[in-house]
Structure formats: C-alpha cells, structure tokens
Write a protein that binds this ligand. Structure first.
Ligand code: KE4
Length: 435
C-alpha cells in the first residue's frame, strides 16, 4: 500500500478552504477513489509527492510537459527573464513578438496570433471572434469534446465535466445554451443536419481534431475533409482546438497530421511550457477583427507576460531544434505494443487509441470512435486499474476520459516498468490474479 499519510492530512486541510480541496475538479480523484497525491517536485519524467513516493508521470500537468518537468533550458529561461527583466509589465515586450513569430512560422494557418492566459480564454475568444466576423450566433461543437469551462462549451462537454457527471453544467443559462449545437464526433451527417436547420446562422464549428477529453478519439480524415468543405460552402469559421494537440501530435499539431487547414486555431498547454499561456490565431482577415484593430473585444492583464512567454518560447525552440517526434513515436509504439501483448496474454479485448505521444486504453471492447462508444467504458474497472498502476509508481490521468502523454524524458526502462505494471493492474481490475 502507498504511504499517502501527508497527502491525506493536506487534503483534509485543503478541503476546508478550497472547494473539493483542488483548484481543478478532475484532480480530486473522485472518479478513481482514494487520496490525490500532493506533489512536491517534478523533474523530467518523474514527480515526487509529499510522502516521498516517486512516480513515472504520464499526465505532464495535463499536456504541457512534452520535454519533461523542469527542463534545464526552460528553467534557465524563466530565471533569466525574472532576474534581468521582470515578470509582467502590462506593456508590450519583444518576447511576445518572438513567441508569436515562432508560432506563425511553425503553424502556417496562423497568420496572426493573440496571447491569453489559458486554453479556456483562447476558445472563448475564438468563438466570440467568429461570431463578430460572421455576424452569426450559433456554434457547433461535438459531444465529448472539451474546450475549457466557457459557458458556451459546458454543454455535453468532456474531460472533468464528463468525469464528474455534469457534461452540461448548471449555471449555464438557456440563453447561452440555445446558441450551442452539439453534433456527433466523426459523423458528418449530424453536422449537415444542424447546419441545414440553422441555415445562415452558424458562426463556427469548433473541434478537437484529435479528441483528447473523452479519452483519445482520433477523427477520421474523411470526416475532417467533409467538415472543411462544409465550412467553405456555408461561410462557417472552422476552429481547430489544438490546446492539447498543438505541438504534441506533431510540431505543427493535428492540422499537420491531417493536412487540413482551419480558419482559426486555439493553443495552450505546451506553448506555456508549464506557465499559464493560451493563444488563438489564424487568418489575418479574421484576426484583424479583434480589438484594437477591429471591434471584437478581448483583453487580459497578464496576457503575453514575459515570464510565461519565456517558458513557452524555450519549449518551442527545443521542439523545433530537436524534432523529438520520431523518438516520441517509437516510445509510444513500444507502450502500445506492450499493452497489446498484455491484453492478449490475459485474454482481454480492450480498445487502445493513439495519435503520436497521446494515447488511451479504454475499458471497453467497442471500437471507440465518438462520445457514445467512449462512454461504454467500464469506469469501475478503470478505477481499479488506475489504483493498481499508482501503487506500482505509475501516475496516469485520474479519469478514463483523459489522455496518457509520453515525454522526451521517459526512458525505455520507464516504459518497460509501465508495461509490467499494466499487466499486473489489468489482472487486478479483472480479478484475473493467478490463484
Ligand atoms: P485550460 O483553460 O484548462 O488551460 O484549457 C481548456 C482546454 C481547452 N481545449 C482543450 C482541447 C483542452 O484539453 C483543455 C483543457 N484540458 C484539460 C485536460 N483534459 C485540463 C485539465 C483540467 O481541467 O484540470
């Protein structure tokens, strides 16, 4: 049994002053049971908790740490900015230009980009921009996709909203909800029906080209092609929410993997290198509708602050210079094959999905292609598996409806240890232990 005594004490203390003891709901371990480990150190592929337990980390702060926790170059960049310049001025700085220039160089569809402080701010701003640009009201999202906690998105949402049983959140008014239409992922007919029944009034379609918030659910290429064609035909703004996939599944994100050009892209996680950064960008013609050039308003006290810019800039420089994607692919294939062999040995038929270094093991024998099939997973068995892995020093996302992230810092030894732990934890989850 893991010694989590100090975490237990801290959790009780936290719950007195923070709702659920956490500052983001999914962290509370509600869907897997037990006490969340309170972390005191992250380094490379590892995290250590207050009781001294060290884990191989496959959450990476929910995606940002593709080059590992506390990468020496990122730490040095943050230290330099803090010591030489400062943390925030509320005035323009050269660092913002550098990060914007690098993003627009790496992602050709992004001609201009605006920095914000989270993925939620990025997606909220992108749909406001699309509505202002098209003068239309409705947005189409996909059931099971998660675009942050903006009111317009908390209708049949994924991630923590799904995990904690409130995909459509209380507090979102009817007035807001009526302008959000939900289609079925990978089902172009469901999109066409909504477009037809709201002819001329759909401002944007927003999609995670690789769903990462109902577990990992890749979209089908032909679906995205049809989506692009439909948006072109109907004058709808196509928004790729690449907060999770940006710089993750390829340097150029999911749009590079699929070869589809969105009109707007939202970013987050990796572009902050572990500090709070989000961004939205795309066609100049659309982006110039944003204040102060245009009249669509969006602002932020700490947007583009030099401290966060330096962490994100250094992370993207490392990814651009080192091109770790072939290596990440090899590591991810090793884990996928190892899990597959374990499943065969145990006589289990579970669905694995993966795009690049983000993957998911679904506790269902269905082929997971959308929210409904993802939701057929046995979350009780996932919880038993999760705790088996945690006991063995493997830190996974504490929900069936999240992703497993491999970083440049995971070693082959780490991966083999994970594969071995996967075998034993599946035995526990399915009560297959040899007598
Ligand atoms: P943030 O506001 O949490 O920075 O980003 C929201 C967001 C937007 N779009 C996508 C595709 C996302 O995955 C996210 C946030 N992802 C979740 C993890 N699935 C954040 C973890 C959490 O909520 O604690």
């Amino acid at each position: 049994m893991l010694n989590l005594n100090k975490s237990k004490e801290l959790f009780e203390r936290a719950k007195k002053v923070i709702p659920g003891g956490v500052n983001s709901p999914v962290r509370a371990f509600n869907s897997v049971g037990g006490t969340p480990a309170f972390v005191t150190r992250g380094e490379g592929a590892y995290m250590t908790d207050v009781d001294g337990n060290t884990y191989i980390d496959y959450v990476g702060s929910w995606g940002p740490f593709i080059v590992g926790h506390a990468h020496p170059r990122v730490v040095a960049a943050i230290e330099k900015t803090m010591k030489v310049h400062g943390t925030s001025f509320g005035a323009p700085t050269e660092l913002e230009i550098e990060l914007a220039e690098l993003i627009t160089k790496i992602v050709p569809s992004i001609e201009m980009v605006r920095m914000v402080n989270s993925g939620t701010e990025a997606t909220m701003s992108a749909i406001r921009l699309a509505r202002g640009y098209t003068k239309r009201e409705k947005i189409i999202k996909f059931e099971g996709c998660y675009h942050g906690h903006g009111d317009s998105f908390l209708i049949k949402a994924g991630s923590g909203a799904l995990t904690l049983g409130a995909p459509s959140s209380p507090g979102v008014t009817e007035g807001t909800a009526k302008d959000t239409l939900n289609a079925t992922y990978n089902d172009i007919e469901s999109v066409r029906e909504l477009v037809e029944s709201n002819k001329g009034n759909v401002a944007a379609i927003i999609i995670e080209a690789v769903g990462g918030n109902m577990g990992v659910v890749p979209s089908k290429k032909e679906f995205l092609v049809a989506l692009r064609e439909l948006c072109d035909k109907e004058g709808i703004v196509l928004i790729f929410d690449e907060v999770m996939t940006g710089f993750r599944v390829a340097l150029g994100g999911a749009q590079e993997v699929y070869g589809i050009t969105p009109d707007l892209t939202t970013l987050g996680k990796i572009i902050g290198g572990g500090l709070p950064v989000g961004a939205y960008g795309g066609k100049k013609e659309i982006m110039e509708c944003i204040s102060p050039v245009g009249t669509v308003y969006q602002a932020g006290t700490l947007s583009g602050n030099p401290l966060a810019m330096s962490a994100g800039l250094e992370t993207l420089k490392i990814l651009s210079e080192e091109n770790p994607y072939p290596e990440l692919e090899k590591k991810a294939v090793m884990v996928e094959e190892g899990f597959k062999n374990n499943l065969q040995k145990l006589g289990l038929n579970l669905c694995q999905t993966r795009v690049g270094s983000m993957s998911c093991l679904f506790f269902t024998d269905k082929d997971v292609v959308d929210f409904e099939t993802a939701n057929s997973s046995d979350t009780q068995k996932f919880a038993a598996y999760f705790n088996g892995m945690l006991e063995r020093g493997i830190y996974l996302a504490c929900s069936q409806f999240e992703a497993m992230f491999i970083s440049t810092k995971h070693t082959e030894e780490d991966l083999q240890k994970t594969i071995d732990a996967n075998y034993e934890s599946l035995e526990i989850a399915y009560k297959l232990q040899n007598a």
